[in-house]
Design a protein around this ligand. Structure first.
Ligand SMILES: NC(=O)C1=CN([C@@H]2O[C@H](COP(=O)(O)OP(=O)(O)OC[C@H]3O[C@@H](n4cnc5c(N)ncnc54)[C@H](OP(=O)(O)O)[C@@H]3O)[C@@H](O)[C@H]2O)C=CC1
Ligand SMILES: Nc1nc2c(ncn2[C@@H]2O[C@H](COP(=O)(O)O)[C@@H](O)[C@H]2O)c(=O)[nH]1
Length: 534
């Protein structure tokens, strides 16, 4: 494989000779070298800074499905000993970023994900004044306890039912004169007239705990009383709610917080219009990362937009003493990475065409299989002291693990998180009663129409010709994992486990110790569970 700059990079020209072997592997012992047993030449190079292939990789680029990881001797005794703090320097405690997609990333998503250590990016299409309100609410929400949904005793049951699906904890708190007086969950509303008032159906003896109650104690109290939700109150003031799962999670995750202890959130800026003005406004709102985002990040207009954003950020840093990191993309080549770093980016967003809502590859033939794109771009970024986000194409925890093994600082997820309670859309139900949310791509005709809402009809129609995304799709909620937190649990448990298979206690070690092989379609198929037999 040659890089876009034309330098032979893969397999390295030094493949069997001059790359130095380190003296030890992750277990502190000499690594075990795979032996060549077939016609394929075993690639013996051991590079102490990057994921290794166990055999010469093919001359074509690879997707996540094309590769697998080989377990290695490990000294890591428990999956809980793995620290998944991102290596991208943003300050997140898990390596997950929610994509700046209008159907995915809003206030509820941002709060929920930041409580578990990730960060969400508010999309570029959301007007600046609306972003200001959203950021303020996120910053004011509690870093540990879930935000309650509250109604008054005289609200209707119908109103409560419509609010229940907004949060995964499945309850509405009834507040009278600022004081919590009851709780309504779905079971309280079954068979009840929608115009009935909530005080007629609410449970009026909720479990109330103080913010200093230990999570394990809250868990035990809820179990003992057969309750699903505890109200966390400081005197009579309602701070938040906690379920048994939340109590458990608060011992496993650390929130992603800013220097003032508030939840983190990022926001995106496009490359058109008043780029510097929007960046200044977002910085004044207190965002923790700015993302300069366009389909083709390796273009002049991106470089000048990025420079303008960098200048705005530097002015803000001088005034406040806080240097907010800049992410920019999307690119898929080492050259693209280097040029965006040169223009001021700290993190490069990598991925052209792997996204679930994306039609770019089919429309244009442009893009690059994502595993190879991440591998090459991560190396280029690391050489320049920067980092990358692997953006798009992630459908299973294994894909996240492989992106991190390939060197990504964090992994950006859009569509997978669209099918959750916390994404921005309204919860819908299909004819079979299955819950779903509507999703759409940011380059779809639907998104382009919104983005160009202030342009003339002619310009909007012209822009609409260039759609490269799906305008409407149904993302079904997994009945076993309807909340983004359930998906995060699944991803993080998978990635922790991957690290221990590689003998890694953190993501830097994971990058250095992971061993990757290339598999056939049937190799991939073999790994898929067969819950219904065969
Ligand atoms: N990761 C991916 O594979 C992709 C992601 N997206 C996402 O969709 C959103 C919208 O992005 P985008 O379409 O760039 O819209 P933007 O609103 O960011 O505008 C893109 C600008 O770049 C110009 N441009 C030049 N060449 C291209 C090109 N090949 N594709 C797109 N624009 C080009 C456009 O001019 P003009 O319109 O006159 O050509 C326009 O001025 C972003 O969030 C982006 O990340 C979109 C496509 C691919
Ligand atoms: N080509 C397009 N790419 C898009 C569009 N909308 C979003 N995206 C990209 O996808 C990722 C998210 O990927 P996913 O697989 O997790 O959904 C996002 O960050 C963008 O880079 C689009 O309309 N066209």
């Amino acid at each position: 494989m040659a890089t876009r700059s034309g330098t032979a990079r893969w397999p390295p020209s030094t493949a069997c000779g001059s790359i130095a072997r380190p003296s030890t592997g992750p277990t502190g012992r000499s690594p075990d070298w795979p032996t060549a047993s077939t016609a394929r030449t075993v690639w013996r190079a051991w590079n102490n800074s990057r994921v290794k292939f166990i055999a010469t990789p093919p001359a074509y680029d690879l997707t996540y499905s094309d590769v697998f990881m080989v377990p290695r001797r490990s000294a890591v005794a428990s999956r809980l000993d793995v620290d998944l703090t991102s290596t991208d320097g943003i300050g997140t405690t898990i390596p997950l970023v929610v994509a700046n997609m209008t159907a995915v990333s809003g206030r509820r998503m941002a709060e929920t994900v930041a409580r578990r250590g990730g960060v969400a990016i508010i999309p570029q299409d959301i007007p600046t004044d609306v972003v200001a309100g959203t950021v303020a609410k996120i910053k004011n929400s509690h870093p540990v306890f879930d935000t309650p949904i509250s109604v008054t005793p005289h609200s209707t049951v119908g109103e409560s039912i419509s609010l229940l699906s907004k949060r995964a904890h499945g309850a509405v708190v009834v507040v009278d004169d600022g004081k919590p007086v009851g709780l309504v969950d779905e079971s309280d509303t079954i068979g009840v007239d929608r115009f009935a008032q909530v005080h007629e159906v609410m449970g009026d003896d909720p479990l109330i705990v103080s913010p200093s109650t230990a999570p394990q104690q809250i868990f035990d109290l809820l179990a003992e009383k057969h309750l699903s939700v505890a109200l966390v109150c400081d005197d009579d003031r309602l701070l938040g709610v906690m379920t048994r799962k939340h109590a458990l999670r608060s011992t496993l995750y650390r929130p992603a917080i800013d220097p003032s202890g508030r939840l983190m959130v990022g926001a995106a800026v496009g490359i058109n219009g008043d780029v510097a003005g929007r960046a200044e406004a977002l910085l004044a709102d207190g965002v923790d990362v700015l993302v300069v985002d366009t389909a083709h990040g390796h273009q002049d207009k991106m470089i000048s937009a990025l420079k303008a954003v960098r200048e705005a950020r530097d002015r803000a840093a001088e005034a406040t003493g806080r240097r907010v990191p800049l992410a920019a993309g999307n690119v898929v080549s080492a050259d693209g990475v280097r040029e965006l770093i040169e223009a001021g980016a700290d993190v490069i967003k990598v991925g052209v065409g792997p996204g679930a809502m994306c039609t770019t590859r089919m429309m244009t033939g442009v893009g690059r299989p994502q595993f190879s794109a991440v591998l090459e771009c991560a190396e280029a970024a690391r050489e320049a002291g920067a980092s990358i986000w692997a953006d798009g194409g992630v459908r299973y925890p294994r894909d996240v693990a492989l992106a991190l093994a390939a060197g990504a600082g964090s992994v950006m997820i859009g569509s997978w998180f669209a099918g959750t309670y916390e994404s921005t859309g309204n919860l819908m139900t299909d004819a079979e009663g299955r819950a779903y949310k509507e999703s759409f791509g940011m380059a779809s005709a639907r998104a382009v129409k919104m983005r160009t809402r202030t342009s003339s009809g002619f310009d909007r129609a012209r822009a609409g010709l260039f759609e490269e995304g799906i305008s409407s799709s149904r993302m079904y909620l997994d009945p076993d994992r309807p909340s983004v937190e359930d998906l995060i649990d699944q991803i993080i448990s998978g990635v922790r486990s991957s690290c221990t298979y590689a003998g890694a206690t953190n993501l830097d070690e994971f990058y250095r110790f992971a061993q990757v092989g290339v598999q056939s379609n049937s190799g991939y198929e073999e790994g898929r569970p067969l819950p219904a037999g065969w």
